[in-house]
Design a protein around this ligand. Sequence first.
Ligand SMILES: Nc1nc2c(c(=O)[nH]1)N[C@H]1C(S)=C(S)[C@@H](COP(=O)(O)OP(=O)(O)OC[C@H]3O[C@@H](n4cnc5c(=O)[nH]c(N)nc54)[C@H](O)[C@@H]3O)O[C@H]1N2
Ligand SMILES: Nc1nc2c(c(=O)[nH]1)N[C@H]1C(S)=C(S)[C@@H](COP(=O)(O)OP(=O)(O)OC[C@H]3O[C@@H](n4cnc5c(=O)[nH]c(N)nc54)[C@H](O)[C@@H]3O)O[C@H]1N2
Ligand code: SF4
Ligand SMILES: [Mo]
Length: 683
Amino acid sequence: MRTIVHGTCHHDCPDSCGWQVTVEDGRAVQLRGNAAHPYNQGDLCPKVTKFLDRVYSPDRVTTPLRRIGAKGEGCFVPITWDEALEEVAARFHEVIARHGPEAILPYSDAGNQSLLAMGFTERFWNRLGASRLVRAVCGPTAGAGVAMTNGGALALDPLELRHSKLILLWGTNTKLTNRHLWPTIEAARADGAQVVVIDPMRTLTAEDADWFLQPLPGTDIALMLAIMHVLVRDDLVDHAWVADHTSGYAELAAHVADWTPTRAATECGLDTADIERLAQLYGTVRPTGIRTLIGAEHHENGAMFFRTLACLPALVGDWQYRGGGLARSVGSWTSLQVDSAALEGHHLLGGHDPRWLNMSRLGRILTGDDPDAVSPPVEALFVWNCNPLVTIPNTELIRRGLQRDDLFTVVHDQFVTDTARYADIVLPATTQIEAVDVVPAWGHLWLGWNEPAVVPVGESVSNSELFRRLAGAMGFTEPELFEDDLAVLARALPSIDLEALRRDGFTRMPYPDDGRPYGDGVFPTADGRVQLLSPALGSIGQPTLPTYVRVHEGPHGPDADRFPITLLTPKTHQRFLNSGYAHLPRHGGAEGGPFLELSAGDAAGRGLVDGDLARVWNERAEAMLPVRVSRRVRDGVAAIPFGWWSAHTGNGVVANSFTNDTLTEWGGGVAYNDTLVQVEPAC
Ligand SMILES: Nc1nc2c(c(=O)[nH]1)N[C@H]1C(S)=C(S)[C@@H](COP(=O)(O)OP(=O)(O)OC[C@H]3O[C@@H](n4cnc5c(=O)[nH]c(N)nc54)[C@H](O)[C@@H]3O)O[C@H]1N2
Ligand SMILES: Nc1nc2c(c(=O)[nH]1)N[C@H]1C(S)=C(S)[C@@H](COP(=O)(O)OP(=O)(O)OC[C@H]3O[C@@H](n4cnc5c(=O)[nH]c(N)nc54)[C@H](O)[C@@H]3O)O[C@H]1N2
Ligand code: SF4
Ligand SMILES: [Mo]
């Protein structure tokens, strides 16, 4: 029998594509884009067109596993679900008896960003009273930054860029990371829009821009302040809009008086004339749509980047025009429809407020070097929806932590990932075509239904089923912990017609009909205005006006003599989704392997030519990598693609083994991109 089942991609990707799975005799035989989906219109990316490789990979974990070798060795034997659950519950009870439930750390991110997969799971942990995780490696810092200016995170729908006449793709690699937005940008361009990319790397997107500016990493705030300087100097400010809808203009205008383009040029490594030109364009072309996503938040000053960027549309009055403003994550529009307290069972905390630990500090948490995690120490780690040993900074410190004999680690995943190799127990997870869910998008405004197309492979279970089973094994009795999937979804989405969503596959979130999120000029700040001067920032000890502070581990920092190269580790491969596909033959296999991108100048200065093996090192790690002499990076900046596992580099490290786990000044994020290294020929 042949059937076609509609679903939605669960990946942590702005596109949340609709797909359809063809099933024959209970087996999925084809997965392709759903032509009826308004956003991806039938197209899928090169990773997910081969999604069935993932589903039916011979390496899928199909039963619970118990470790028999040393941690990290990767030797496991199959056990039954009953044995696995019994062991997890017994070890959890032991840890709780010794130190209390906060000694257990649940560790997850958006590996599957669907509502049940990410949200229902919290009910169990709230009931348990475990430590809570600050999930701030992707987005919250940007949101916190923008909120200091606009009062909230509601942003311009990126499809509105169709109406822009100037599009600034600022720190986002649209063609790679958000490919289904590109047709909208091309359509605007066909109507006369200019497309400018601002990125320290000459990305795929930069190659296709009308104009590309390549600042040194972590210096963009200086560029923004210089743009403001020119807007004030040349009277390009929309004074009427500013007077009606902003506060703090006079202070800001005075504050940027000495931020001349020449001063910014030195800081950013750009030409003064280019900064003048960019500022003139921005000051005169209406409407301008600024598009940004995540990359630029990964600096110490990442929150201030977004706080400052959000001031620009206000100065030129862009929010009043269709296609003007700041387009970033639109997840907040969907969040308005989700009852997260009900979904996550906040009442199960019973009034307790367990400690919060920042996910970026995992290495420090596990090695006793995070003051917040000392008492009680973390003695049990439960990982799902995440592969921290590839994706979290300062990875070698995490590895040391995971090697601790007294740490009990459980991983629920579809594969024995780098992280799972250190687990005591590995539990098998379903893929998206095996479980029902609803996917909240953050790159567009359609909520997607995901109907399971096939029964779970082997003994794998979905995240929600896993936590129902764990609740039973722990002896918990609250009915909310055992609620079935459809009942949970109904509770989580009180304003959505779930039957219609299931029938149609997607439904659009409420958004202003005229396309302008702040068309009325009212903002959710204390005074209803855009806060060019932010008292809220002052109250957390930060500068109230947009302020550029040099990052410590960067091109102008104190260590730049010893480690003169800033290392970026961005998403690079078409067939990767974070760490998710490096291990599959037609994904990772087709991308080749990791390498070091070095500018011609930096390579020549070290006697390196294309294909040579280089030694890359800093205080955190060392690796031997083949050199690619590349025009994508400028002198003083190098790059290693993110996502490869430790098995893929000769000496077993990953890109994040080098990266910085310093938190952002505020906003809770982390400074992956403030990473300095030295490079020399491998002898
Ligand atoms: N193919 C593919 N697509 C993906 C992913 C993937 O792994 N592979 N991952 C998905 C995920 S989880 C996310 S969050 C999105 C992220 O989507 P994006 O934010 O578009 O991608 P990033 O690579 O994180 O960062 C974008 C750019 O920021 C730049 N950048 C770094 N520092 C600075 C700076 O100081 N200033 C400026 N101006 N730019 C800077 C980087 O060079 C990079 O080109 O992509 C999603 N899509
Ligand atoms: N150097 C560097 N580091 C980065 C970034 C970067 O650009 N550069 N980007 C950062 C960003 S933006 C992000 S979002 C993070 C992502 O970091 P992670 O959240 O660790 O993302 P993934 O590598 O996609 O790992 C997700 C894991 O979840 C598993 N998974 C998928 N679906 C399910 C499911 O339904 N159930 C369970 N239990 N597991 C499932 C997958 O098999 C995979 O192993 O990485 C961050 N780290
Ligand atoms: S990973 Fe992104 S682009 Fe690829 S199918 Fe999923 S949502 Fe679409
Ligand atoms: Mo992300």
